[in-house]
Structure formats: C-alpha cells, structure tokens
Design a binder for this molecule. Structure first.
Ligand SMILES: *Cc1c(COP(=O)(O)O)cnc(C)c1O
Length: 463
C-alpha cells in the first residue's frame, strides 16, 4: 500500500489545486461574508469525513472549499468591523504557508536558529516602539491571552522570590473595569485574586485611583498584592489608561506593572496617537498582538519583558532530554524560556517577512489608516440625524447609538446585515449615566475598508 508520505501524480494535482485556491483567496480583497450553520446541518451536507480508508484529498478539499469554508466569516472582509477584525498582509499570509512548509521547531536556537533570528528582528522593531530600556526583549506567543498569562506567571514568581513569606500567600492583583476578559481568566489559571477598580470620568485607570485603592487595602491584602494590569487600548472602546500615573505608583510600591496592549499596541507606531501611551516605557511587561493590528495571520501574540532574566526564571523548562538545547554550542536565544509554551511554531515569521518586504513606514501608514477611518466614521455619525456619537473614537474604536433603538433592534440589525452577506457589525454595551446601554461599535483594522463602506453601513440603520 502507498504510504501517506509518498508523492505521486494525484498528490501533485491536489497540491496544485490547493495552491491555486490559496492564491485566489490571498488575492481576493472582498471574500464572501460566510454564515455559520448548525453542526448537524453541516454534517448533513458533507457527511462523515473521517473514515477508515480516507475519503481522498480531492473530495475532502472540495467539501472544504465548496461548503465548509462558506460557513465561516473571513475576518479580513472590509465590512467586518466587529470584535477586533484582522487584515493580514498578502506577504504575511504567504509566509505563513512557508512557515509550515519549512518545518522548523521554534523552541530552541539549536534547531530554530535562522528562523528565530527572523522573529527576533521583527521583535526588535516591536520593542523599539515601546521605548522600553535596552535589554528589554520579547517572544511571540499564540496570542494576547497566553502573553498575559506568561507575564502574570513571571510577575508572581518574582514576587514570591522577593520574600519567603510570600510563598504560601495567595497572590492578588489590581486591574480596571475596562480590562480584557482574558485578564480575569488568566488570574483564575494562576489562582490569584483580582480587584477590579473604578476608573475616572474618561473610563481610564489612573495613578490616583490606583493609589486610593492600595491605601484602602487591609495589611494582609497589601502583602499579597504583586501586580497591576493596565490596558493600552481597551478592546471595547480603545481607551488607554494613565500609564505614567500607574507607573509612578507601581515604582513606589514595588509592584509589577503590566500593560495589556494586545489590540492597541500597534498604534505605538502611529505618530498621531503615540503620546497617549506615554509611560509604557516604564512597564515590566507589555502584551501586543501582531495578529490584531500588525497585519499578521492568526495566531501571533507577543510578550515583552523589561527584565528577561525574571521571565526565564519563571518559564525555563528543565528535563533530562532538554539539557542539550541549553548547552554551550547550542547557545542562542531560546523563545521557550520566556513564555508558557515549549514546542512552538515560528509564529513571528509571517510578520518578519512582511516587515522585511514592506518596511516599517508602510506599517505606520496602514495603522494610521485605521485611525483615520475611525475619525471619518465619527464625522459621518455627527452629520446624520438618526445616529449619535457616544464618545470620540478611542484609537480605531467608535461607539455610537441609533436613536430610539432597543437592544433587540441592534441584534436584529446585526443578523440582517450578516445574513445578507453585507457586513458584520455587532452591538456592545456602554455605561451612560449609570445605565448599561446597548449601542453599536465599529473597530477599524483593515486599510481596505472605505469611507463609502461606513456610509453604506450607517444607511442600513435608517429604517
Ligand atoms: C484581544 C485581546 C486580548 C486577548 O488576546 P487573544 O489574542 O485573543 O488571546 C487580551 N487583551 C486585550 C486588550 C485584547 O484586545
């Protein structure tokens, strides 16, 4: 019997078919906005696909291309403005294919050297955007969630090593209401308690509020407090905390200062808003997701540390069969020493290739484009009687209301636009006068979105 790894004419034909599809998809700037179907409906359409003999590559691919992929939403559609969309560059997507084809183990320099070199070149640029001190560096992770988790683990280990009395204490951290849901989830993973404090009138966590919160802690809670998690661009509204004020308090109190800039961090490359991040250079760790606003394909996050040594103390795995990787001769930068994952894909490679090809200036332009689309949307909303801006755009997020609409109206509108294959724009909630109001939200990432797209979406809210 022919083996799975052999190459014959059929495999070559299938390869060409699949590459043709990939090339077409990569060149298509306005893919069909797919609609999810129920699992049973999909099963009825395609049948069981895993069988003892296999259904053959041609058949399996056909099912995917003609049916299954159409039951998913392409996140790079220019009228996909929900959640945080994405718009990977063509260069980055192509190199995602190359990353798989190259089959490189990205955990250790000994095996991944040339690829890790590329990742590190891209990382050097990201770190430079933060203005963090020399010797700060980072690694690519599967996303913001694992970046945040990796940072919290490093922070807690550091705190435990500070004082042996801390060893037996349940750790405590402070964050804000606007923090991303992953912060709370990851606190659960490390079994730490979390205090969510109020933000100021502009919904920012400030040094003043942080100071007040710490001064009101019991002596016991103060002892177990180890970190403050601030946000550099909230996911819902693009709000950046008072990073300088928070840095002051963290330095005074010897607390780990983490900035979660998973969504917003790319805007460090945009001169028009860079000043809003002042203070980020004093962070102990920063999360930035290249798969959000740095035009990388999924999945690619990044965690940057001021002191890499502290991250390595927390994360470096030890094992008899791993020692060789850390020996002289294999010496080089080992990404697995700085985050939770051991075996890893070189997930920074697509970003590297795209950055190398286009240069950083193009990144600045594309990110500024997202900001200017948000400003344009705000302008159009102000000019139209049926809609009302809730707040000025925060980075590329725009919150607005359709006058007179209830939560159900927003929901129906979302489903209608989606089922017509026109747009994906979802509602969110915003606290207005102590009330949790349902409203509409745009988040701009894709530079191919046009002002006309915005106009057309606003029109769908008229009736
Ligand atoms: C998206 C986001 C995360 C989570 O990142 P994933 O890549 O989805 O794991 C964390 N924090 C913020 C602020 C985010 O916007």
């Amino acid at each position: 019997m022919k083996s799975m790894h052999s190459i014959d004419l059929e495999t070559v034909e299938m390869t060409l078919d699949i590459m043709k599809y990939a090339i077409n998809r990569i060149s298509n700037t306005s893919p069909e906005l797919g609609k999810p179907k129920k699992e049973q409906d999909l099963l009825d359409l395609v049948g069981e696909t895993i069988t003892k003999e296999g259904i053959g590559g041609e058949k399996a691919f056909e099912l995917f291309r003609d049916t299954l992929v159409k039951a998913a939403v392409p996140v790079d559609h220019p009228r996909h403005l929900a959640f945080v969309p994405a718009a990977p560059t063509r260069a980055a997507i192509l190199f995602d294919l190359v990353t798989s084809a190259a089959s490189i183990h990205g955990a250790y320099w000994m095996t991944g050297g040339g690829g890790i070199f590329c990742e590190n070149q891209a990382m050097k640029w990201i770190v430079s955007l933060t203005g963090m001190p020399e010797d700060s560096f980072g690694v690519f992770t599967s996303g913001g969630t694992s970046a945040n988790l990796s940072a919290m683990i490093a922070a807690r280990e550091y705190w435990r090593d500070l004082d042996e009395n801390n060893q037996g204490l349940k750790a405590l951290m402070i964050t804000s209401k606007g923090a991303h849901s992953s912060v709370k989830s990851m606190a659960k993973v490390i079994d730490a308690d979390i205090i969510t404090i109020d933000d100021d009138n502009e919904h920012r966590l400030t040094g003043e509020y942080l100071d007040k919160c710490i001064s009101e802690l019991s002596e016991f809670d103060r002892k177990r407090l180890f970190a403050v998690i601030s946000t550099g661009g909230t996911t819902n509204a693009g709000i950046i905390d008072d990073l300088s004020g928070i840095a002051d308090i963290c330095e005074r109190e010897n607390l780990w200062f983490h900035v979660d800039a998973a969504y917003g961090g790319a805007a460090l490359a945009a001169p028009s808003v860079r000043h809003l991040f002042d203070g980020i250079e004093r962070a102990d760790s920063v999360t930035i997701d290249p798969h959000k606003w740095m035009f990388s394909p999924y999945d690619c996050g990044a965690i940057i540390y001021k002191n890499m040594e502290l991250a390595r103390n927390a994360h470096s795995q030890k094992g008899a069969y791993l020692d060789i990787f850390k020996d002289e001769g294999a010496q080089g930068f080992n990404p697995s020493d700085y985050q939770i994952q051991l075996t890893r894909r070189l997930r920074g490679l697509p970003l590297w290739f795209s950055l190398a090809m286009h240069g950083t200036e193009k990144y600045t332009q594309a990110i500024e484009r997202g900001l200017s689309l948000a400003n344009n949307a705000a302008k159009q909303i102000k000019q139209q009687p049926h809609v009302e801006l809730i707040r000025e755009p925060g980075l590329s997020c725009v919150l607005f209301r359709r006058i007179g609409w209830t939560a159900e109206d927003y929901r129906d509108w979302t489903y209608k636009n989606h089922s017509e294959g026109f747009a994906l724009v979802t509602p969110t909630k915003w606290i207005t006068n102590a009330e949790n109001e349902t409203c509409a939200r745009f988040c701009f990432i894709n530079p191919d979105t046009t002002e006309k797209d915005i106009e057309d979406i606003l029109k769908t809210m008229i009736e």
